[in-house]
Design a protein around this ligand. Structure first.
Ligand SMILES: [Zn+2]
Length: 330
């Protein structure tokens, strides 16, 4: 398939993606994060749907939900949400893997099964349909809904051999299907190396988005990574524990001025309940601004500091469109 964006409700014309959040979370029902902290458990269809509805009301149209295999992906619950918004908003789901720390790096299936066999499994999720059990055991039952992207991830202490394998799986899956790739980089490290590794496997740079690079808010580093041709998925405004929004807004402005407006995209990455308005209400009545913050607070800040409208349109709509549209297979 080429020239289409693959949502869980079917393929759509790329012209219709609208404003796109390139990395977010509505449902997560398991995995190491959930075992380590209750804030990562996001198991309510009602809360997830209400948050997605708020995002649409704030002007959003498409959301890429980035929970991969073995990290709490829940196909049935996500599909319950997606069905409610069919024709109004698009949800894209992912196959692939998270960072090594989230798996048994000696005995999980990615560790023991040869790369090409794993690639058959991820390609099947993109071309035939996702496993309803998210490959958590030997019984595979596919739904009609397909994954529209593949994820890989790297940790903070260099790139673990398990992660090198997941990058190879992502590369080969993308080459076979034409799908986009998003790579979680821990605290924004290894962005340059990830780009080199994926392109070393033959992946076109326009298939690749480097995620979380904002956690390392060095504009010259962002520039160096973009000089390899890839997109940046810049996430997490409203996280002053790292740095104020203004830091990344100023970085974006500087990079737009340097001619990089065709390579940046935005995301909220609200991966904990307290980043969501509706999960916060559910978990004790806390007030939180939720995912719409991206559009109601952060985008106005970009305007305030002088990022031009055409750059904002590229960052929110046109760049995600190019990245998410499947290309010809190699
Ligand atoms: Zn995330």
């Amino acid at each position: 398939m080429t020239g289409k964006i693959r949502t869980v409700m079917g393929d759509i014309d790329p012209k219709t993606n609208g404003i796109t959040d390139t990395h977010d979370h509505l449902i997560r029902t398991g995995g190491i994060e959930v075992r380590e902290h209750k804030d990562f458990l996001m198991d309510s269809v009602e809360a997830g749907a209400a948050e997605f509805n708020d995002y649409l009301e704030a002007g959003g149209k498409t959301m890429v939900c980035m929970d991969p295999i073995g990290a709490g992906r829940n196909v049935p619950k996500m599909l319950e949400i997606a069905k409610q918004f069919k024709g109004k908003g698009n949800i894209i789901m992912t196959t692939g893997f998270h960072k090594a720390r989230f798996y048994d790096t000696r005995n999980s299936f990615l560790a023991t099964v040869p790369v090409d066999e794993v690639v058959k499994m991820t390609v099947a999720e993109i071309e035939e349909g996702m496993d309803i059990h998210s490959y958590n055991g030997p019984v595979v039952k596919r739904v009609k809904a397909k994954a529209g992207i593949i994820k890989a991830a790297t940790g903070y202490d260099g790139i673990h051999p398990f992660e090198l394998k997941s990058l190879e799986v992502a590369a080969k899956t993308s080459m076979q299907t034409g799908c986009p790739i998003l790579v979680h980089t821990q605290l924004g490290t290894s962005g340059f190396e990830v780009s080199e590794i994926l392109q070393g496997h033959g992946v076109s740079p326009d298939r690749i988005a480097i995620s979380h690079i904002n956690k390392n808010p060095s504009k010259r580093y962002w520039k160096k990574v973009m000089d390899t041709g890839v997109f940046l998925s810049i996430d997490g405004p409203d996280r002053v524990k790292y740095f104020p929004d203004e830091v990344q807004a100023e970085n974006i402005k500087w990079l737009v001025d340097q001619g990089y407006q065709k390579q940046m995209m935005l995301a909220m990455d609200a991966g904990r309940t307290y980043y969501h308005k509706h999960y916060s209400e559910l978990r004790g009545g806390h007030k939180s601004l939720g995912i719409p913050y991206l559009l109601t607070r952060f985008v106005p800040l970009l305007r305030e500091i002088g990022v031009p409208e055409d750059a904002i349109e590229d960052i929110l709509v046109n760049n995600p469109r190019k990245w998410l549209t499947f290309i010809d297979k190699k």
